[in-house]
Design a protein around this ligand. Structure first.
Ligand code: ADP
Ligand code: MG
Length: 238
């Protein structure tokens, strides 16, 4: 029928612009809130990419995850959907402070992820924030003190706030997400990442994504992940 045809057209168009093939698994069949489903639908996210279809379920179950996938595979939704859901289920309010942190290498990526995050949380009440080098530090501080539940940040500025922003509550942290770990290390943020991991609560869920696994990435894996994470690998599709 017409809906089916429309969906096929959308799928084709999305596959043509992205670097992925879409699976037959749909977001609407996940065990997630209607608030999230509604937002995903409005953004025209219907079928999941491979990394999403393999990662979201175990992440919703609270498992740690090591994801090997290159740029363009759809990692953003793979980690944001479960993160939002967890904070929603745990009824995070500003007073509880930060519940999930996404660390990404560059300001450009941070802005991109934050954009999607804002759209995905449209019907949720959880608060979101962006911390990154070059942005106004004072403004960020004021927001963090008021209580931001889900933060997207670059390593240097995030570490700065962990050290210096009095009233930034991070002892309720549930999830740490390290995006593009190899690039974070290539850029030279090894020391910052290590310090961040040391400062954050140990009892938490961690997911780490990297296109490649160098020795330095291995070190961060050992430092941050629980011993037997779910391994998800996505090969090049084309
Ligand atoms: P990565 O972080 O792995 O580089 P992104 O999460 O940025 O990939 O996604 C790459 C592109 O694919 C984005 O433009 C995004 O909107 C699109 N995309 C991601 N997941 C889906 C999906 N399930 N359906 C359609 N498009 C998607
Ligand atoms: Mg990405």
């Amino acid at each position: 029928d017409r809906d089916n045809q429309l969906e096929k057209d959308i799928t084709k168009e999305q596959e043509a612009t992205g670097d992925f093939t879409l699976t037959d698994d749909k977001f609407e069949n996940l065990n997630i809130s209607e608030k999230s489903k509604k937002a995903l639908k409005e953004l025209n996210f219907i079928k999941m990419t491979e990394i999403q279809s393999k990662s979201i379920q175990p992440l919703l179950e609270g498992k740690d995850l090591l994801g090997k996938a290159k740029t363009g595979s759809g990692k953003t939704l793979a980690f944001l959907v479960p993160a939002i859901e967890r904070l929603y289920n745990q009824k995070f309010t500003p007073k509880k402070g930060v519940g999930a942190i996404v660390i990404t290498p560059t300001r450009e990526l941070a802005l991109q992820i934050y954009g999607i995050l804002s759209e995905l949380t449209k019907y949720h009440t959880i608060t979101t924030g962006l911390v990154m080098g070059g942005a106004n530090r004072k403004t960020e501080q004021q927001k963090l003190i008021k209580g931001v539940n889900l933060i997207v940040g670059t390593p240097g500025r995030l570490l700065d706030h962990l050290h210096n922003t009095k009233g930034f509550v991070f002892d309720n942290l549930q999830m740490l997400i390290v995006d593009e770990t190899d690039r974070i290390l290539e850029i030279g943020f090894e020391e910052e990442i290590k310090q961040i991991i040391r400062l954050l609560p140990k009892e938490r869920q961690t997911m780490l994504f990297s296109a490649t696994q160098t020795q330095k990435v291995e070190d961060i894996i050992k430092l941050s992940l629980n011993p037997n994470p779910v391994n998800v690998g996505v090969e090049d599709n084309r």
